[in-house]
Design a protein around this ligand. Structure first.
Ligand code: DGJ
Length: 697
């Protein structure tokens, strides 16, 4: 890890890569290199920094953070609107600072649009042991006039090849989050974005680009934005074949007023370059544990939880929840979460949101008897909230119809029969904090599942001078409330949910301990969802329930369901009271097994050995110090077709001996053998799956 400057050329050295840029004679900040390491002196010559002139035209130049000035017709990083009517941001290099911290180093490069007193500091941070660069920007108004930011990206990135790249991003929807689509980036601009007010089920705020790469080979360029609101990722290929990425807060319906002496900081994008997708996922996985997830639980394995939603939906009451809790404890769950339905006049999704008092009919003595029962069974208790929302049929809405985003002249669109509270109003934000805080003070609640079930419409906020700032202020308020709750209630764990994975992003993972990936718990669909999630997000954050979804329409056995859900943070969500003793025993067997390997799954190195599109099976491998766990799932409904498979293991110690524990026997092999020769695996039958635990001797 090293950052150097010579002749206004900056070289950031990560473990295996170099990221180089420089200030040209005219002050333009030009990108030079991102990739394998070359000799520092190769870059020191000033003319190298002068990419603008090397390319012959400003239009084709590669820049670090370009404004909407001159011949810049491609997606820009910053667009300003100044008081005198000038709408060009023309940034020139001013100065730099290098700072060293314990395990990281940062470089801050300040650019200025001097006639307007606007200073933009680009922040680059690298970390020991990683090929990742965190990037963001701070825009400061040092003038006496108010200026308006129309667009401010977190990062602009230039890719080296002139051949078209392939891009991976979810082409998802509710129930199909993270189902990744591979698209070739041809000339023009490919845009992934959200205008939903949350990062959304559709696209996710990340990019993965490669020309020719697989799990173990080929240069892969990637980045993920720590942001749960509207985002925009523009991947633009110009007529000369250069590909650039601009990633940040979405500029659609966005502007931010900067008064004199005010500043605006954009969210961080964690970017990187690795050889192969496996290395990308592993770096992002362990980086999240080390540097992103809230510290308190980052390095602790997540408990096996039971969630009541699919079993009881809104029909919760003290007695039936206690019965479920007994069964959940019996099979080995460590945390019992009561989902929707416990509050206000909540009988269905048409009423109650906003009235966060315990329903006196369902819980005549409050939640205490249930929580005491859960605790006496040795489990923690968790509770569901949807704190940003209100149903029109609620006491809260009747008292405060002006507390929601709205326009007086427009109908108020209901989605799932609910509105969004305008938490950019300080009193509403305080209300949202207080409803959860009050319950946490009154009861022994150690876990909150924070849900958010609709997109924004009629986004009026009459309290704001510039309502186009609400996209940013709302998301920041969510983070602030989550942080405050955690600060006050030290042991609290938070799960971020948004009708499934509508807010499953790195921003949420900086403030919440885990995310709900999707409402779709069908195990075959889950394999695709988990594949997409695993590309850039930490395995331990991925809550994965075993339920009885499609129990009667698809012939899954419990082995298949468990072997899919054990690939993340195992959770249980079925109606246990309908299961036979034998089925409960199967649950217990798998939960015990999961507990014995969960450190390897949640913190080990992770490899996708085979995927359905290419191999007809999904195979994943988790490697810890003493154990390795292999899952193989065949989601084809056939008996003889695709019966025989071959997988080569990865990430083992070639000189160590390993015992492969098959169902009926144990075989010993060297790590070298398992990685070079691999294992032949027979996958007969319909929807078959295996978990193979391999011990390092
Ligand atoms: C949507 C969530 O994704 C579900 O898990 C559940 O909590 C429901 N909302 C409850 O309304």
């Amino acid at each position: 890890m090293k950052i150097t400057e010579k002749n206004r050329v900056f070289i950031l050295e990560t473990e295996k890569t170099q990221y180089v840029f420089g200030a040209a004679d005219d002050g333009t900040l030009c990108h030079i290199h991102w990739g394998d390491k070359a000799k520092e002196d190769d870059f020191a010559a000033r003319f190298e920094a002068n990419e603008k002139h090397r390319n012959g035209t400003e239009e084709l130049a590669k820049n670090e953070y370009i404004g909407n000035s001159g011949q810049i017709f491609r997606p820009q990083s910053i667009i300003m609107n100044y008081a005198d009517g000038c709408r060009e941001a023309l940034l020139k290099y001013q100065s730099y600072k290098i700072k060293e911290e314990n395990d990281s180093m940062s470089l801050e490069v300040t650019l200025a649009d001097e006639p307007y007193g606007i200073y933009v500091t680009l922040i680059y941070r690298i970390y020991k042991g990683y090929d990742l660069i965190e990037r963001n920007s701070v825009i400061e108004n040092m003038s006496k006039e108010t200026a308006v930011i129309q667009k401010a990206a977190s990062a602009e990135l230039n890719l080296p090849s002139r051949r078209p790249y392939y891009s991976l991003n979810p082409n998802g929807s509710w129930g199909a989050e993270f189902t990744v689509e591979k698209t070739q980036v041809r000339n023009g601009t490919l845009v992934y974005q959200s205008t939903h007010g949350r990062s959304s089920h559709t696209n996710n705020p990340f990019f993965v680009l490669y020309e020719n790469a697989g799990e173990t080979y080929g240069e892969v360029f990637f980045g993920a934005l720590k942001w749960s609101g509207n985002f925009k990722t523009e991947i633009a290929r110009d007529w000369s074949g250069s590909t650039r990425v601009v990633i940040g807060i979405n500029d659609t319906d966005f502007s931010y007023v900067l008064r004199p002496s005010e500043s605006f900081e954009t969210p961080v994008a964690v970017c990187g370059r690795t050889i192969g997708l496996a290395e990308m996922s592993n770096q992002m996985n362990s980086f999240a544990v080390e540097h992103i997830l809230p510290k308190r639980y980052a390095k602790e394995p997540l408990p096996v939880l039971y969630n009541s939603w699919e079993a009881t939906e809104f029909d919760v009451d003290s007695e039936s929840q206690q019965r479920l809790a007994e069964l959940a404890a019996k099979i080995g769950c460590e945390l019992f979460v009561m989902d929707d339905g416990w509050f206000g006049q909540r009988k269905n999704d048409r009423a109650g949101l906003g009235d966060w008092y315990v329903n006196p009919v369902k819980f005549p003595q409050g939640l205490k008897p249930l929580i005491d029962k859960v605790n006496s069974l040795g489990m923690k208790f968790g509770l569901w909230f949807e704190p940003e929302m209100v149903n029109p049929d609620s006491d809260l809405y009747r008292a405060h119809p002006d507390w929601i985003y709205h326009y007086d002249t427009r109908d108020r669109t209901q989605i799932r029969n609910q509105f969004i509270l305008n938490i950019t109003k300080p009193e509403v934000k305080e209300f949202v904090f207080e409803v959860m805080d009050r319950m946490l003070c009154e009861y022994n609640i150690e876990y909150i599942k924070w849900d958010m079930n609709r997109a924004f419409t009629e986004s009026g906020a009459e309290n704001l001078e510039n309502a186009q700032e609400l996209w940013v202020i709302h998301t920041q308020a969510v983070y602030e409330i989550a942080d405050r709750l955690k600060e006050k209630h030290k042991g609290l764990q938070l799960e971020c949910c948004s009708s499934g994975g509508g807010r499953a992003d790195l921003g949420a993972m900086s403030h919440f301990d885990m995310v709900w990936t999707s409402d779709n718990t069908d195990p075959v669909d889950r394999l695709d969802i988990q594949y997409g999630f695993s590309l850039l997000y930490p395995i331990k954050c991925m809550r994965a329930w075993v339920t009885d979804t499609n129990r009667y329409s698809r012939p899954y056995d419990w082995d298949f369901r468990f072997n899919v859900s054990m690939q993340g943070s195992l959770s249980i969500g079925g109606n246990l009271s309908k299961y036979s003793e034998e089925e409960l025993a199967i649950h217990k067997k798998y939960i015990d097994l999961y507990k014995s390997v969960r450190n390897v799954i949640q913190f080990g190195r992770f490899y996708r050995l085979a995927n359905y599109a290419d191999d007809g099976i999904y195979a994943t491998e988790y490697v810890g110090d003493k154990k390795c766990v292999l899952f193989v799932c065949k989601n084809v409904n056939s008996f003889y077709k695709d019966r025989y498979h071959h997988v080569k293991l990865m990430g083992l110690d070639p000189d160590a001996e390993y015992s492969v524990n098959w169902e009926r026997c144990t075989e010993k092999f060297s790590g070298a053998y398992l990685m070079a020769k691999g294992l032949d695996i027979e996958m007969g039958g319909t929807l078959e799956s295996k978990i193979i635990v391999i011990d390092k001797n």
